[in-house]
Design a protein around this ligand. Structure first.
Ligand code: 13P
Ligand code: 13P
Ligand code: MG
Ligand code: MG
Length: 371
């Protein structure tokens, strides 16, 4: 059967500050999705969270970009916003950029990752959700999962993966998308996706038969191509096993913590720490950035799960290493590269400071002053 998995996320109010989601907001979303399930509009759902972001995981049969499904998500977020406003949570409704729904949540604030698939006899999927980072956070792990045989042995030893995968890469500045096949286009791929503030992997496709392997959210960025308006805590969906990387190959890239953009005020660089959902309450310097991985088995569209995949002592050591990297970055405070370069800051006082300084008489340094 054909099933669509829609993961739609938004931050509609932080509890406390930008650190977490209040349980009442989760309840508001669950109530809405339960009602839609009972009406038969969606097959199943799970309301998840990562840090201060709510992630609606839904299955249905209406395909991607479906206005009804997007409307359901929009209304769930509206219901949660109402609660957030009552509780005066921080930034209530911050990711709903408009009052009226226009048929598709893309461009209206929420992030979206959707795929329509023919459900296999067994269909394991993993939903990744991150906080205090941006969609390019998936560049390294997607490359590792689908193009690096040192990470994914299956690329070498599983005949169904041996032809490799094709990557769709979005240039967030120009709005262009490129399809890059690997392994032959590996160096082209890396040339692009190494520029994490400009190129973002949005989709991965199996070359052999065109089957979709992974989708990642990027809407906010693509929409505003040409005008960079900041970060968007991203989500992605990855299919596992039988011709796709194994669950463990998909999780493996996160065992080697790497640096991402989006920590404190969306303006700092920090390590992406793999955590269980209950550990995703960002605290230190509003972070460090977190990633949560929820595994599900699909069964005729029903979401069997979740299994909280980073809830494992095997990820204690990566968490500790991420913390050490966090210490190193914090030591550097407001100085680049701990702080992002000027053009990527979410907001800056620099023009104000420059004009203030220009308006003042600057004391000329006399030769004798520096002798
Ligand atoms: P405020 O300026 O609203 O306090 O926000 C700081 C911050 O956390 C930015 O994301
Ligand atoms: P969110 O983007 O998760 O709301 O965080 C804002 C921020 O920058 C907090 O420091
Ligand atoms: Mg927030
Ligand atoms: Mg967030």
């Amino acid at each position: 059967m054909k099933v669509t998995i829609s993961v739609i996320k938004a931050d509609v109010g932080g509890y406390v500050g930008h650190s977490s989601v209040h349980p009442k907001l989760i309840e508001a979303c669950e109530e809405k999705l339960q009602a839609e399930k009972e009406k038969g509009n969606i097959i199943d759902y799970f309301v998840a969270r990562a840090g201060d972001d709510i992630n609606l995981i839904m299955t249905h049969t209406f395909g991607v970009d479906n206005p009804e499904i997007h409307k359901i998500a929009w209304e769930a977020f509206k219901d949660a916003t109402k609660v957030a406003k009552e509780l005066k949570l921080y930034g209530a409704g911050q990711d709903l950029l408009s009052d009226a729904f226009s048929g598709n949540v893309k461009g209206m604030g929420p992030g979206v990752a959707e795929m329509e698939i023919q459900e296999r006899p067994s269909e394991p999927i993993i939903v990744f959700m991150a906080d205090k980072t941006s969609p390019s956070a998936w560049n390294i792990p997607l490359y590792e999962m689908f193009a690096n045989p040192m990470n994914t042995s299956g690329l070498v030893i599983d005949p169904s993966m041996h032809e490799g995968f094709e990557f769709e890469v979005l240039d967030v500045k120009e709005g262009d998308s490129y399809r890059i096949p690997t392994p032959e286009g590996l160096y082209d791929l890396l040339a692009l996706i190494g520029s994490i503030s400009r190129y973002v992997i949005t989709k991965v496709i199996r070359k052999k038969d065109g089957e979709i392997a992974a989708v990642a959210s990027s809407q906010k960025l693509s929409l505003i191509a040409g005008k960079y308006v900041g970060k968007d805590d991203p989500v992605m969906v990855v299919r596992a096993q039988s011709g796709f990387p194994a669950v463990g190959e998909i999780l493996e890239p996160f065992a080697k913590p790497f640096l991402v953009e989006g920590w404190m005020r969306g303006s700092h660089v920090g390590p992406l720490m793999p955590v269980a959902m209950h550990q995703s309450n960002v605290s230190r310097f509003d972070g460090p950035p977190r990633v949560v991985a929820l595994g599900f088995q699909l069964s005729n569209g029903k979401l069997i799960g979740p299994r909280d995949l980073f809830d494992d002592p095997a990820f204690d050591e990566p968490r500790r290493i991420a913390y050490e990297i966090a210490n190193l970055m914090r030591r550097q405070g407001i100085f680049e590269p701990s702080r992002l370069p000027e053009e990527e800051l979410e907001y800056t006082t620099l023009p104000m400071i420059i004009s203030k300084l220009k308006g003042k008489e600057v004391k000329k340094v006399e030769h004798s002053d520096v002798d």
